[in-house]
Design a protein around this ligand. Sequence first.
Ligand code: SF4
Length: 69
Amino acid sequence: MAEVALDLSRCQGHGRCSLLAPSVFGADDSGLAVLLVRKVPTELESITEEAAYSCPEAAISVMREGDPE
Ligand code: SF4
C-alpha cells in the first residue's frame, strides 16, 4: 500500500499520469490531473511511481508504507 499526493498548483495538464496509470489518475475538463485513489494497492505501486517520475512538473509524490515521513 502506498499513499499518493498530487500538487495541483504544479500540474500543467500534460496527461502523462492518466495515460500511465489510468486507475489512479484521471483528468478534469481542462486536462488537469484528478486523483482517483489516494491509497494505492501494492499491485499499482510501480506504475504509480512511474507516473510520478514521468510528471514533468514533479506534481506527484508517492510514499510507500514504511517510508520515513
Ligand atoms: S503528468 Fe503531472 S503535470 Fe501532467 S497531468 Fe499528470 S500531474 Fe499534471
